[in-house]
Every structure is written in structure tokens, then in C-alpha cells.
Design a protein around this ligand. Structure first.
Ligand code: AHR
Length: 514
């Protein structure tokens, strides 16, 4: 520790209020030229449960404002947090989806059974045009996951032509007949989903060959250069990444995906409740969440071997906490509540992505509305914003901002024989020069004083916002939709050139320095 920091530490410690029992030191520097890609803040919406049907796309008779059948209160809430991209139609559903079933007059569209998610009837009323209309209302970029598992190269190739061609080919004319003469210019295309599992149970060697075949016929059309994303590893399957990176030339893919879910207990058979858990289970959940840092670091190191210039992005296009479903709901619909714990998971994961922005240049939270770790829950005409939504609201300032490297020295949060770092953080500087620091305290009991030095960064004043609540299990409900909401944060001050923050237990604070 430098002498100046020790002096500051002693000075601050003497003037601390009695409740602050722990101290962390943080240094933030201005030494990077990297940008935090806005696509880290992407979302995912699959044909699953009430994500699309009953979430975005509702019955004509539902008494809410709509465009066609797209629910506008939901759209407006998502516009507020500037979601940059939306991945669709799956997930596992993507590899049994045939896009031609979802175009043309709605009443004539074929029906299918959604074999992955509850065996419900899919009426295909929400298809390509409806999805792209939704993205246009949201002001976000579409990210389409193409069917490799049960589809053909021709089918995928024609889907791209249908969306992007401005020619007079029959397929482009069909789009015009269906109401959209102008090409949609969809650039993000996933070549399959979880090809190691529900997307075909392939080996990485077989998938690499499939990728090259499909990608060769995924063509660029004017104004729509494709960003092709290979189906990447499941969590810590490092061999998958190694084989893909070895076999597929870097020029052929924009990114490689990675999926990792936080399972509270670590046991897929008994994942744990979303709303009722012990402190031990909270700690194990957060330890499982923080594992993302190790996963991203190790996959990135493998990618560095084959791609030292970091041309290929790591796209964590499915992440979030996956708990048992809410009691009494369809197990195939993956409906779960969202507590302050979810908010801390979202904030910690986004800090990890920001701090790996050299390689992580895309991600998608699973799954936006009514499914897994959602931003929004709906019940007929009612809707509520979850604690996770508020985190994305706070973190939108990091989108496309200059990354500021950080070094944190945090106390541990200890429960029984297990421990994790109590504090995690990321920082950025926006185009107007404002610095944003996102701080998370995972400790359920102790406030933590954070003494921060900012090398080479000039600032005069600081303001902040906080998300916290009395209990880590607190949730927003349809009866009390604003129990958890953002409030202004005052426990922060300037001490010379340094910043001193008292970060409350179980909270997330966003600071803005000008
Ligand atoms: O998000 C739910 C499912 O999790 C997706 O369909 C699949 O890709 C993953 O296994």
C-alpha cells in the first residue's frame, strides 16, 4: 500500500461513524482505451412460458395500450433502460423453430407443439415480422438465433435473404407482400443454440464443421454485414472453446457464445427458492454467481491463444439466476420471482462483464419478461419492474462508455466456513467526461467504507443512487410494486482528490462524478 493511501486509511478510520466496521480500498485509473460495449446489456426472449405470449405479445382483448398485439407499457419500460439488443426465438426453441411457419396471414399459420417448454401449442402468431416490429418499437437491434439442429442450410440462408435482401428475388418480394418492402437489415445471427445439448447434442468437432457450412451460406446483403455468432461452450466446457477456436477461422465468426446460469444450491435437481433462502444459501448463490469471472477469464485465455488480437467476441448470451419455479406455476414455464438477491447478482455479473470488456462484447440476460431472471413481471394488465430492472436502469450509463480499470482490495464476507469478496466494482467515463462507478456490497450485515483514489481523473462533485431493502429476500409484488426502487444516495464525500463512500450492507450504489 502506498504511504499516501495508508495515511488516508488512518485518517478516514478515525472519523468513521460507529456502524461502519469494514474498509475496502479502491483505485481507479484512466489508463485504458477500451470501450464497454453496449451489447453487454442485451436481453433474451424465447418462446417459453409467458415471455413472448402474455409478456410482449398479448391477447387483443387485454385492456392495455398496444400496437398490434405488442404491449406498450412493457416496451416503454424497456426503452427507458436502453436495451441494445434482443435475442430471439430461443434458446432450445430456436432449434425446432421453422421461420416460414411464422409469416403471412396469422390465421393461416401452422400450429406446432413447443416440446421444450411445457408441450403447449405454439400458434406462430408471433413470427419474424412481429419480432422485428417489436425491436423497432424498442429501438434495439434484433439478434436472431437460427435453427441448425433441425433446420437446413437452405432454410437459414433464405431466412437471412427474407430479412435483408433488397433484390427482386421471390423471397425478398414475399417480405414485401407480407407488409415490409424495405429490408430489415438484421446483422446479429446465431448459428444454432447450445449445439452441445438441446441444439443437437453435437461434439465440438462436428459442430465446427456445421458452423462453417451454415456460415458459408449466411450472406451479406447491402447495409447488413452479418455478425455471426457460433454456438459456444456450456459454462466450464473449455474443450468446446478450444476446438471451436482451433477449427473455425477467426474471420468467419464475429463472436462465440457462452451460457452460464447461477444455480443457488448448485444442484439442478433442487435449485432453491427465489424468495426463501438461508444466509448459507445466499452465500453459495453469490459464490456461484461470481464464478462468472473465472469462466470468462479462462475462456478468454483460450481464445487469446488462437486470436491474440481479440477479433472474436465472447458473447454470454444466456446468463442469470435460475431458481425453482414459483409454487403452483407450470414447471415448464420457468416463472420465478426476483428479489434483492437477483439485483446483486445482476450488478455483480455486469461488473464482471465490464471488467472483461476487452473480450466480452455481448451478453443477454435470460429472459426479459416472466421467465427466469426477468426485468419485468406481468399479470394480465398489471406489470411490475423487478429489482433486476433497476440495476439495468442504473448501469445504462456504462453502455459504450470508456472503460476505467479498477483495483479493489475488499474484505471478505464470511458465512460458516465459506467466504467471498464482499465488494465488487466497475467504472467508466462517458463521452461528456462524467465518471460512473458501480459498487456492490454483498455482505448482508456490514456496511463497508470504500476509500477510492482516482489517478489522472479530474472531478469536482459526486452524486449517487442506491438500490437496497430491509431484507435480502424482499421482492416487488403486484400489490406492492415499488417496494424496491432507486433512491438518492448521500453517504459519499470528496476528501481532497479521494472519494470516500460508506456502502451499506446488501446494496448496490451507482456514483456519478463530474
Ligand atoms: O433459458 C432457458 C434455456 O436455457 C434455453 O432455452 C437454453 O438455451 C438454456 O439451456
Amino acid at each position: 500500500m502506498k504511504l499516501k493511501t495508508i495515511f488516508l486509511f488512518v485518517l478516514i478510520s478515525l472519523s468513521l461513524p460507529a456502524f461502519a466496521q469494514e474498509t475496502a480500498t479502491l483505485s481507479i485509473s484512466d489508463t485504458s482505451k477500451l470501450t464497454i460495449s453496449k451489447y453487454i446489456y442485451g436481453q433474451f426472449a424465447e418462446h417459453l412460458g409467458h415471455g413472448i405470449y402474455g409478456g410482449f405479445w398479448v391477447d387483443k382483448s387485454l385492456p392495455v395500450e398496444k400496437q398490434d398485439r405488442i404491449r406498450l407499457d412493457v416496451v416503454n419500460a424497456l426503452k427507458e433502460i436502453k436495451i441494445p439488443s434482443l435475442r430471439w426465438p430461443g434458446g432450445c426453441f430456436a432449434d425446432e423453430y421453422h421461420w416460414r411457419d411464422g409469416i403471412g396471414p396469422s390465421a393461416q399459420r401452422p400450429r406446432m407443439v413447443n416440446t421444450n417448454w411445457g408441450g403447449v401449442t405454439e400458434d406462430n402468431s408471433f413470427g419474424t415480422h412481429e419480432f422485428l416490429e417489436l425491436c423497432s418499437l424498442l429501438g434495439c437491434e434484433p439478434y436472431v438465433a437460427a435453427n441448425v439442429g433441425s433446420g437446413t442450410v437452405e432454410e437459414m440462408s433464405k431466412w437471412i435473404e427474407y430479412c435483408n435482401s433488397n433484390s427482386n428475388s421471390t423471397i425478398a418480394q414475399l417480405r414485401a407482400q407480407n407488409g415490409h418492402p424495405d429490408p430489415y437489415k438484421v446483422t446479429f445471427w446465431g448459428i444454432g443454440n447450445e449445439s452441445w445439448g438441446c441444439g443437437g447434442n453435437m461434439t465440438p468437432e462436428f459442430y465446427s464443421d456445421q458452423f462453417k457450412r451454415y456460415a458459408s451460406f449466411a450472406k451479406n446483403y447491402p447495409g447488413a454485414p452479418l455478425k455471426k455468432i457460433a454456438s459456444g461452450p456450456n459454462a466450464d466446457d473449455y474443450n468446446w472453446t478450444d476446438v471451436i477456436m482451433k477449427n473455425i477461422p477467426t474471420w468467419m465468426m464475429w463472436g462465440i457464445s457462452m451460457h452460464y446460469y447461477t444455480i443457488p444450491t448448485g444442484d439442478w435437481g433442487h435449485k432453491g427458492s427465489a424468495t426463501s433462502f438461508t444466509e448459507e444459501e445466499y452465500l453459495s448463490t453469490m459464490a456461484n454467481c461470481l464464478k462468472m469471472d473465472e469462466l470468462v477469464s479462462k475462456h478468454a485465455a483460450i481464445m487469446d491463444k488462437y486470436d491474440p488480437k481479440k477479433r472474436v467476441a465472447l458473447v454470454v448470451d444466456e446468463w442469470g439466476v435460475w431458481t425453482d419455479v414459483e409454487p403452483g406455476t407450470n414447471p415448464g414455464f420457468l416463472y420465478q420471482q426476483n428479489s434483492l438477491r437477483d439485483a446483486l447478482i445482476a450488478a455483480s455479473t455486469l461488473n464482471i462483464f465490464n471488467n472483461h470488456c476487452d473480450r466480452v462484447r455481448g451478453a443477454a440476460l435470460a429472459q426479459t419478461i416472466n421467465v427466469l431472471q426477468s426485468l419485468i413481471l406481468t399479470d394480465k394488465d398489471k406489470m411490475l419492474l423487478t429489482p433486476t430492472y433497476h440495476i439495468f436502469d442504473l448501469y445504462k450509463v456504462h453502455q459504450d462508455a470508456k472503460y476505467l480499470p479498477i483495483q479493489i482490495n475488499s474484505p471478505d464476507y464470511i458465512v460458516g466456513s465459506k467466504k467471498i469478496s464482499a465488494v465488487n466494482v466497475s467504472a467508466s467515463q462517458d463521452a461528456s467526461g462524467k465518471v460512473h462507478i458501480s459498487l456492490v456490497n454483498l455482505d448482508l450485515h456490514n456496511n463497508i467504507t470504500i476509500m477510492t483514489s482516482l489517478a489522472g481523473i479530474k472531478w469536482k462533485s459526486v452524486t449517487g443512487q442506491i438500490l437496497t431493502s430491509a431484507n435480502i429476500t424482499d421482492v416487488n409484488t403486484f400489490d406492492q410494486p415499488d417496494k424496491l426502487h432507486l433512491v438518492s444516495f448521500k453517504d459519499v464525500k470528496k476528501e481532497g482528490d479521494n472519494l470516500v463512500v460508506i456502502l451499506p450492507a446488501k446494496s448496490m450504489v451507482m456514483l456519478e462524478l463530474e
